[in-house]
Design a protein around this ligand. Sequence first.
Ligand SMILES: *[C@@H]1O[C@H](CO)[C@@H](O)[C@H](O)[C@H]1NC(C)=O
Ligand SMILES: *[C@@H]1O[C@H](CO)[C@@H](O)[C@H](O)[C@H]1NC(C)=O
Ligand SMILES: *[C@@H]1O[C@H](CO)[C@@H](O)[C@H](O)[C@H]1NC(C)=O
Length: 456
Amino acid sequence: MLQRSGLAGHLFEKPPWRPPSKRRPPTTVALLVLTVFLMAALVTYSLWIGTSGVLIKNSRDKTSSVVVSKKPKVPIQRIEIPLNCTNDGSTKIYVPGKPRGSRGAWWKERTELRRFTSKYPGGLPDLEIMFDTEDRPGIRSRDYIGPNATAPPPLFRYCGDKETLDIVFPDWSFWGWAEINIKPWDSILKEIKEGNRKIKWIDREPYAYWKGNPFVDENRQDLLKCNVTDQQDWNARLFIQDWILEGQQGFKQSNVADQCTYRYKIYIEGYAWSVSEKYILACDSVTFMVQPQFYDFFMRSMQPVEHYWPIRDDDKCRSLKFAVDWGNNHKKKAHEIGKAASSFMQEQLKMDYVYDYMYHLLNEYAKLLKFEPRIPEGATELCSEVMACHAEGQQGRKKKFMMESLVKGPSITNPCTLPPPYDRLALAAFLRRKDNSILQVKKWEEGYWESLNKQQ
Ligand SMILES: *[C@@H]1O[C@H](CO)[C@@H](O)[C@H](O)[C@H]1NC(C)=O
Ligand SMILES: *[C@@H]1O[C@H](CO)[C@@H](O)[C@H](O)[C@H]1NC(C)=O
Ligand SMILES: *[C@@H]1O[C@H](CO)[C@@H](O)[C@H](O)[C@H]1NC(C)=O
């Protein structure tokens, strides 16, 4: 369904790219009126989230449109709703039954929704979604073709691939990951930006860097074979991330913002997509993307050679060696690739747009519902404020990150306008460009190794 509406790929697309449009600045009078209205609306709006899946319930008529202004003539006061640890008063989340399984993961994606709804109060109609927190997608397209096929069930999760129809949704790490000391995305973007200014690209180590957990996937263990030894140098510097040790040492070695010290950084999938992707892409370094199978909600908008450098998954070491040599011999172009990716992260993937993606995705989805969602009997109520107040563990990080990433009040701007779907030709051209760039790099790579072999 999502694929048909073409929504998933379009929020951050390049061609035909349109900057998210905002409404024209309102006049001072309009501003005041709207602000008053907004305050009134705040008092009255009622917003419910429940699930059977997850149910979002809300009375649209009571809520105002929110003030929009890019360059307001008078400073807009951001309205902050004070945190109330006994009862958040306005918003509730319901999930069916009692929480089971890994509680941590279970809470997380529900709080994402909660925080989203306080950004655009009244921005969503009643809706119910099913969310699967398993890493790998599960709705196989081939089960839903043929004359007797039923429509695929709409299932939300964090990633998809070519063979599946799952609906992709931003993962929890955008709101911080206390267990491994990863701060909320907004804070990390700021830190990385600072860091990028401090260590210029040209002054970084001229090798391909990776640090991570190789035990989650064979593909990663295969990558480790490319590490530098006394006998070989494929231009790769690879390290194992030992989370237990890092934890004991207070995560001094694993701060993602401090890991932009190499000119080239390798992204390789683990069991499924990896949350590390956005931190790598934001670094200003050239991302070496080992041919991925999965995609998260933003990645399909990015282009090989423009935003990252494609690395073969069936011949990693030789591919890495060539890529580093190419970059060190084409420094300006290489740095441009790094910069294109980091500005994509800073501008297109800033938190406001992550929320806007959620906003449009859920709104378009809700239009297709053919029944009236109801709060299921025996549902458990969740509330992110209460959760934040009572969050414990990880030396207080859990609470800190939750507080930091709570949306403190409604947005002062409207969500960006959803661009129309690609027309078929434009989409085909966009996908063709991807394939061609990857093929082109393969050809360069083959030429490079042929000429090296001839010299010997
Ligand atoms: C918090 O919510 C409770 C219950 O709605 C209310 O009695 C209390 O006054 C609120 N506290 C603050 C500080 O707003
Ligand atoms: C579709 O359903 C009809 C009626 O039950 C059946 O005769 C036919 O074999 C089915 N076709 C496929 C491809 O399963
Ligand atoms: C890769 O090589 C570097 C440099 O010799 C070394 O420090 C590092 O531990 C090696 N990584 C692995 C995973 O063996």
